[in-house]
Write a protein that binds this ligand. Structure first.
Ligand code: GLY
Ligand code: MN
Ligand code: MN
Length: 449
């Protein structure tokens, strides 16, 4: 990825300042945030590299083998941010491409200092000696943990010279998760870009789908649209699930042939400048919903609209889910999927046979993003700057007590929603969603049948 814009770097520096203020208020200490390791896929081939989300949030730096260290006293204004990264290496750069090296990284990204990563074994003990606390995500990565333990032991070995090791190791994620929950304007711009690209990809998938083609052909359309628009990656493995496969919630094999008369459920989103989008659309393979398909689709859509009414400040995180469940449960009764009363279905949870997941999650650098859902045991309030998904569904597997007309219908509708002071802003609004929008778009393709 190219170097971040000045605006992004300013937003990132502001995040480091906010973190420093919180740590100073908690007594100060040293923050250590390493980036993600490279991972071998097979023999001498690596998985596509993805930086660690916390590290990127605080640095904007995308090279592997790097670590952020912040030394924070009682006064946040004097906090020092240091980057440890790979040295320049002209030989390796011929093979693998450009590396910033500490000096250029410091200057470009605005750190107070930067060092070669191989100085870490001597520098880290110096930095953590006599500090009150280490703020580090212990247990997340064993290799990084070993580095930290080595540094702690190196400090402890100097005990007789009067140098003390930090008395506390505290999880820096408790502070960072809360910060990441509230997106700044630079983050919202990236999320909007990701959402727009993914919406276009879903539209393209609708136009490309026809009976007899394979799920992977449609996956290829999505990937082409993601990449040609400059997104760096998928945000998660795409689900392209025709017919009964739509009732497998994490279906990712994407290798079946699509049948005339079936629905196709696509859950796919790209990652843009580190930020995820997460969209699900469900549409008919032949371009026209059958009666029972339309019944289920309209039900899920109505439940999504009900949930969206609660996606605003003053509501709690679970009210979107409760609103969706209420509409879905009533619809299941109306369609003959369940029997009894609405209260009975809600009380017993029998609707879970057809709707077994929650209605959404935080969205950001990670598709299931950081942040607590409950505070002191209570579902937390929605606030401006949070981004959630709203994604009700209905999945009907064949069974004797279920009307056959609905067998193997699986529908999910998922949008990405920014909570604003006035209510909400649907970042994925441009993705076709109503029955008529979808049928019109698909009817424009003349050689479908
Ligand atoms: N695509 C993952 C999810 O919807 O949660
Ligand atoms: Mn989702
Ligand atoms: Mn999804």
């Amino acid at each position: 990825m190219p170097a971040p814009s000045a605006q992004r770097l300013a937003a990132i520096a502001a995040r480091r300042r906010r973190l420093a203020e919180r740590i100073a208020a908690a007594g100060g200490g040293v923050v250590i945030v390493p980036t993600a390791p490279e991972r071998r896929r097979n023999r001498d081939t690596e998985y596509a590299y993805r930086f660690d989300s916390y590290f990127y949030y605080l640095t904007g730096f995308t090279e592997p083998e790097a670590m952020l260290v912040m030394v924070i006293g009682n006064d946040a204004a004097t906090a020092q941010s240091m980057l440890f990264c790979r040295e320049k290496n002209l030989e390796r750069e011929i093979w693998d491409g450009f590396r910033y090296g500490p000096a250029t990284a410091r200057e470009t990204f605005g750190f107070d200092d930067a060092f070669a990563l191989d100085t870490l074994p001597t520098k880290l003990p110096e930095l953590i000696g006599n500090q009150p606390a280490l703020w580090y995500a212990l247990g997340y990565d064993g290799v990084q943990d070993a580095r930290i333990f080595d540094a702690l032991n190196a400090v402890r070995a100097q005990g007789r010279s009067g140098v003390q090791a930090p008395a506390d190791v505290r999880d820096v994620r408790t502070l960072l998760d809360e910060m990441r929950l509230f997106k700044d304007t630079v983050e919202i711009d990236s999320m909007r870009a990701a959402a727009v690209i993914s919406g276009r990809a879903h539209k393209r998938a609708m136009c490309a789908t026809r009976p007899e083609c394979f799920e992977y052909e449609i996956e290829a359309e999505l990937l082409h649209e993601f990449r040609r628009a400059g997104s760096q990656s998928v945000a998660y493995n795409s689900i392209v699930a025709g017919g009964a496969n739509a009732c497998v919630l994490h279906y990712v094999s994407n290798d079946a042939q699509l049948k005339d008369g079936d629905l196709l459920l696509i859950d796919a989103g790209c990652e843009f400048d580190g930020y995820a989008s997460d969209i699900t659309r469900t549409f008919p393979v032949n371009g026209r919903f059958s009666g029972p398909q339309k019944d289920v689709y309209e039900l899920v859509l109505a439940s999504q609209y009900a949930a969206l009414e609660h996606a605003r400040p003053g509501q709690t995180y679970d009210t979107t889910h409760d609103a969706a469940v209420k509409v879905l449960a009533q619809g299941m009764l109306d369609l003959g999927l369940l029997s009894g009363s609405l209260d009975g279905v809600l009380e017993s949870g029998s609707y879970r046979r057809f709707y077994m997941h929650r209605t959404g999650h935080w969205l950001g650098l990670d598709v299931h993003d950081a942040g607590e859902y409950k505070l002191k045991g209570e579902w937390r309030a929605l606030e401006p700057g949070m981004v959630i998904t709203v994604e009700p569904g209905c999945y009907i597997r064949p069974a004797e007590d279920v009307p056959e007309a609905f067998w193997n219908i699986g529908v999910r509708i998922e949008d990405d929603v920014l909570i604003t002071a006035a209510g909400h802003d649907i970042l994925t609004i441009a993705t076709p969603k109503t029955v008529s929008d979808i049928e019109i778009i698909m009817s424009d393709v003349d050689d479908r049948r």
